[in-house]
Design a protein around this ligand. Structure first.
Ligand SMILES: NC(=O)CC[C@H](N)C(=O)O
Length: 227
């Protein structure tokens, strides 16, 4: 299974994402500069965290207008997986691939610490290696992680079981404690906390591994020996 980690000017979690899929999970992966991209060869697209375009206008807004996002939309329309983490999640909402928006944290501060999340849906192709209701520890590192959508959209997210992770203790004011959502089709997933930074117990948690394991199990063809 081949992963593309898309790098925008200002991405800063791209190496962590690459490390997670390439070195920890043992998959094929490339760092792909947003302007030099032909995504046809890739099975999965990973949008990493960071400050694309310096968070100007709104986080993820400028990146969402780039040509590579058109290609990502085509990739997603084929049912192939797209995972956006943190700034990647912001790019996904800004580009309309996921509903809602990420607003400033309710305390208006950038927050950087571990949070406990609850697995709300273990039936997605991103979370099938987890148990329903399982709690996991992932780091957060964001200033704009306060997920918002209107009541109608929230109703749809609930009805379609698109809420995948919630915060046990909501740190940022997100509606319904939402930490991560999937699209209706189940192949585009965005979350604010960082699974790619929870790959080694030595660094505080390896709970992120199951997320990549799920993707590989559901979309991949080969397992590396160290998975
Ligand atoms: N780590 C990140 O991806 C940060 C995302 C975004 N720039 C924010 O502060 O909300």
């Amino acid at each position: 299974m081949k992963f593309a980690v898309i790098v925008f000017p200002g991405s800063n979690c791209d190496r962590d994402m690459y490390h997670a899929v390439k070195e920890v999970m043992g998959m094929d992966a490339d760092l792909v500069w947003y302007q030099h991209s032909n995504l046809e060869d890739y099975d999965a697209i990973l949008l990493p965290g960071g400050f694309s375009y310096g968070d100007y206008l709104r986080s993820g807004a400028v990146a969402s207008a780039s040509e590579v996002v058109q290609q990502i939309k085509e990739h997603a329309a084929k049912g192939k997986p797209v995972l956006g983490v943190c700034n990647g999640f912001q790019v996904l909402t800004e580009s309309g691939l996921l509903p809602g928006a990420l607003m400033r944290n309710k305390n208006l501060s950038f927050m950087c610490h571990h949070e406990t999340l609850v697995v709300e849906n273990d039936q997605t192709a991103f979370t099938s290696s987890y148990e329903q209701g399982e709690t996991v520890r992932f780091p957060i590192a964001h200033g704009e992680g306060n997920y918002f959508c209107d009541q109608e959209t929230l109703g749809e997210l609930k009805a379609n079981e698109q809420i995948v992770f919630t915060y046990q203790n909501n740190p940022n004011g997100s509606v319904a404690d939402i930490a991560g959502i999937v699209n209706k089709e189940g192949n585009v997933f965005g979350m604010m906390p960082h699974p790619e930074r929870a790959m080694e117990k030595l660094l505080g948690s390896d709970d992120g591994r199951k997320l990549f394991q799920s993707m590989i199990k559901n979309w991949g063809y080969t397992y590396a020996a160290n998975v």
